[in-house]
Design a protein around this ligand. Structure first.
Ligand code: GDP
Length: 584
């Protein structure tokens, strides 16, 4: 029998049960039994967190430590933010919280209920304004900022643009409905962003609420609550009746405090544009979140390639404010064009600094967005740009997902680990593309397609989507990419058509006298001859002439003489179609 190795061991912050079994050299069954003994009900394909893994590892004689998470774009940006304030004391700042979960589980109701606690406390004088986020105070007077666009789509869209905005994610689960597909999505999105999770078990007032069932389901998805030996805080609430909202806020602070969130209120403001719109009366209104420093009236802010002087600021009660410190959401009038949601902004000393920053941004934008694609994966691995291949898997049915997951998790190499950041049944959605973009992941569609919006976003964000209908082909492709052998994929794009108007004879050769009806014909094009809608020949041009001269291309409206290699049967009325191969 093999003796099991023991001693120091590094474990990731989350991992699949079966991966852990491999690391610890125990059988999956043995591991699952041990997990159950410590109150964690996970099957072989589920994700568990470091704490749970470490507990079992310790029991088996290992000395576990947590591996540092891989650096991300958002981490780099955060570092940029903190550098700006290096020379000043950094003070505690309020946490910024996002609310995510399945549709109808009560995200909006919860955000309303939280907001109302503040009104009930007699704090707000004005009419509440929608400015993308709001701040409330807990019973003991500590502020908490909530992003008031619920849902993981907005959260991840922002992250895709490099913005790390949130410190805590509240996952709302309805106690009468349980864990649903978008609950899992929300969990995966929070995890991919490395944002700590807190569960609000909502609708506990309902007679058919079943908290124990939901807790069990959460454990099955790797969200192990404290009661079950994990470290995820769960608060039962009723958004409708306003029950337990104060406890929820206290728990948010508890989860936030572990992170020791700090900022320097004395520095120049840095933050993120949450949303922006054109207002008939005021002009461009940008709702922003200050993340570090303090923004003041008269400051010049730069975002993307735009800049402007802050003329006025309003808080979430509609009141005019002169300054906005860390974690404060405000609505600002400053810019002359609409900025992009999710872009960072920065306050600078003067116009010159603003121009310099805009120049830098242009340079950065040109070189940024080092996207991962299967075609370039090997080069990126060699250059040390990727160490983990993140995959997002969508399939037509659960059975395919299970099979694919099995295969894919096996093909990690020493150099590069294959990591599944999200999987699901159904079409590839816009949220999937944002998640992939934010996590530099490749999307695999197995017998499934992207919807229209997803396709557009994928093009804009240069997200590589691959489609497959056989498993071995997918596994082959990824293995080939890891070994740097992937054949590039080409697509034929039609460039133009010509109609044969006359036939000339030159010796035995038949030459088509044609007119180009649309697009153009190029000398190196791939040629198809169509007769009555049917293809009668394919090949390349034997010759392409204008008058007596060989030419490289002939454009719409012009006439030309042509022959097709290996085909000597052109007839009047034939359509000659020219296309080129484009790498996709
Ligand atoms: P969202 O889609 O997640 O934003 O969900 P909503 O906040 O729109 O809530 C969906 C439905 O659930 C609405 O009809 C709410 O009135 C109801 N609802 C939300 N929270 C509760 C709750 O705590 N108890 C009960 N009984 N109903 C709730």
């Amino acid at each position: 029998m093999k003796t099991r190795p023991t001693g120091p061991i590094e474990l990731p912050s989350t991992m699949l049960v079966k991966d852990l079994a491999e690391i610890l050299t125990v059988s999956p069954n043995e591991l699952i039994t041990k997990l159950i003994a410590s109150g964690i009900f996970a099957n072989i394909n589920q994700v568990i967190d470091y704490k749970a893994a470490a507990a079992v590892a310790t029991e088996l004689g290992f000395e576990p430590s947590e591996a540092a998470p891989p650096p991300s774009v958002s981490a780099a940006k955060t570092e940029m933010i903190s550098k700006s304030a290096e020379n000043h004391p950094r003070l505690a700042r309020p946490p910024v919280v996002v609310v995510m979960g399945h549709v109808d589980h009560g995200k909006t109701s919860l955000l309303d209920a939280i907001r109302k606690t503040k009104v009930a406390a007699g704090e707000a004088g004005g009419i509440t304004q929608h400015i993308g986020a709001y701040q409330v105070e807990t019973a003991d007077g500590r502020p908490v900022t909530f992003l008031d666009t619920p849902g993981h789509e907005a959260f991840t869209a922002m992250r895709a643009r490099g913005a790390k905005v949130t410190d805590v994610a509240i996952i709302v689960v309805a106690a009468d409905d349980g864990v649903m597909p978008q609950t899992i999505e929300a969990i995966d999105h929070a995890r991919a962003a490395q944002v700590p999770i807190l569960v609000a078990l909502n609708k506990i007032d309902k007679p058919n609420a079943n908290p124990d069932f939901v807790k069990q389901q959460l454990a099955e998805h790797g969200v192990v609550i404290e009661e079950y030996g994990g470290d995820v805080v769960l608060v039962p609430v009723s958004a409708k009746k306003g029950e337990n909202i104060n406890t929820l806020l206290d728990m948010v602070l508890l989860v936030a405090d572990v992170q020791d969130l700090k900022a320097n209120p004395k520095g120049h403001a840095v933050g993120t544009v949450l949303e922006a719109r054109v207002d008939k009366n005021s002009g461009i209104v940008a709702n922003i979140l200050v993340q570090d420093g303090t923004l003041k009236i008269g400051d010049i802010i730069v975002t993307g390639t735009l800049s402007g002087k802050v003329r006025a600021m309003f808080d979430d009660t509609g009141a005019r404010v002169k300054t906005a410190g860390p974690s404060k959401p405000v609505s600002v009038l400053a810019l002359s064009e609409v900025p992009t949601a999710g872009d960072q902004f920065r306050a600078v000393a003067d116009e010159r600094a603003a121009r310099r920053l805009i120049e830098e941004h242009r340079d950065e934008a040109a070189s940024a967005n080092a996207v991962v694609s299967l075609d370039t994966l090997y080069t990126q691995m060699q250059q040390g740009k990727v160490k983990e291949l993140n995959l997002l898997l969508k399939a037509d049915v659960q059975g395919s997902l299970d099979a694919l997951r099995n295969q894919l998790t096996k093909i990690s190499t020493d150099q590069l680990k294959v990591r599944l950041i999200h999987e699901g049944v159904g079409n590839i959605s816009e949220a999937d593309v944002h998640l992939a973009s934010a996590s530099k992941a490749i999307i695999i569609g197995f017998n499934t397609k992207p919807d229209g919006a997803a396709q557009r976003v994928a093009q804009n964000e240069h997200v590589d989507i691959r489609f497959y209908d056989v498993i071995y082909k997918l596994v082959d492709d990824i293995e080939a990419a890891l070994k740097g052998m992937l054949e590039p994929v080409y697509k034929e794009v039609v460039e133009g058509h010509a109609e044969v108007m006359q036939i000339f004879k030159s010796g035995k050769m038949l030459i088509g006298g044609c007119r180009v009806t649309d697009g153009k014909l190029t000398r190196n094009a791939l040629v198809k001859v169509l007769r009555g809608g049917k293809e009668v020949a394919t090949g390349s041009f034997g010759s392409l002439k204008r008058g007596k001269d060989d030419v490289r291309e002939v454009n719409t409206g012009f006439e030309c003489g042509l022959t097709v290699d290996g085909f000597n049967d052109l007839q009047m009325g034939d359509i000659v179609q020219a296309s080129v191969k484009v790498r996709v």
